[in-house]
Design a protein around this ligand. Structure first.
Ligand SMILES: [Zn+2]
Length: 253
């Protein structure tokens, strides 16, 4: 069971560790306002509009206290906790039993869409987003079919898949803060095995792991410039091409 105040406190703790002082101070005010007046309006006013809380990205480039290796874990946990706080602010007294943190209930971004999207548009946006949460990203040569991904993208995939499970298990403020610490140290039970197994499955799926910077162009296999950003989904013990990719040319592997 997670209450609004627990999620707020964990989020404030994460922002403090990451050196995101502006929003940390904002969250401190939210905590004070909740404790003194049961007020959630200041917190909810953080979302929406340009330069809002939704636009914050915890990363090296934004000069936060994270390394490139920590980035996928800390930023993904930040995104999930933010969604929690947004959702729980609507029912702050309730103990939320979180069964599936990937549920659209926890996507703060939808507050911005609600006014502009039809029910159908909303459903398709939710489908897209939930698909994106379980995709492995990389590059593919559309001419010969050669595909590759890199360690950073694998960690991002692992963080998106594993963090929701850990968050489902963290019930108290103390456990939520411990989870924040784990995101910074990247120490989770069984992470080494899971990582090794995932990397092996990627290789077995015919995807190379190459830690290159920047674009994969030309293709290292056939030299073609016809390469594209590519996504795979895990199903039936394999990583398979997602439906939202550009098509391969005929006769490509
Ligand atoms: Zn190629």
């Amino acid at each position: 069971m997670t209450k609004y105040i627990h999620a707020l406190t964990a989020l404030e703790y994460l922002l403090d560790k990451a050196g995101e002082n502006h929003w940390r101070d904002w969250l401190r005010q939210d905590i004070d306002l909740w404790k003194s007046k049961k007020d959630v309006s200041h917190h909810l006013s953080a979302y929406g509009g340009m330069g809002s809380f939704n636009d914050v990205w915890i990363c090296v480039q934004n000069k936060h206290n994270v390394t490139k290796g920590q980035e996928p874990w800390v930023n993904n946990l930040f995104e999930i906790l933010k969604g929690f706080c947004f959702r729980l602010a609507h029912e702050p007294e309730k103990d939320e039993v979180v069964k599936d943190v990937n549920s659209n209930r926890y996507f703060p971004i939808f507050s911005a869409f609600k006014k502009n999207l039809s029910k159908k548009g909303m459903d398709s946006a939710i489908n897209q987003l939930s698909m994106a949460t379980s995709q492995l990203h990389g590059w593919r040569c559309l001419k010969c079919g050669y595909g590759e991904t890199k360690s950073y993208d694998i960690e991002n995939y692992l963080a998106k898949v594993l963090l929701p499970q850990h968050l489902n298990n963290a019930k108290t403020e103390k456990e939520l803060k411990a989870l924040v610490d784990s995101a910074f140290t990247i120490e989770f039970d069984g992470i080494g095995e899971t990582r090794n197994h995932t990397r092996q499955t990627i290789i077995d799926s015919g995807i190379k792991i190459v830690d290159r910077e920047g674009w994969m162009r030309p293709c290292p296999e056939c030299g073609s410039d016809n390469t594209a950003v590519y996504r795979w989904e895990f199903s039936k013990n394999n990583f398979n091409a997602s439906k939202d990719n550009l098509p391969l040319k005929k006769n490509a592997a």
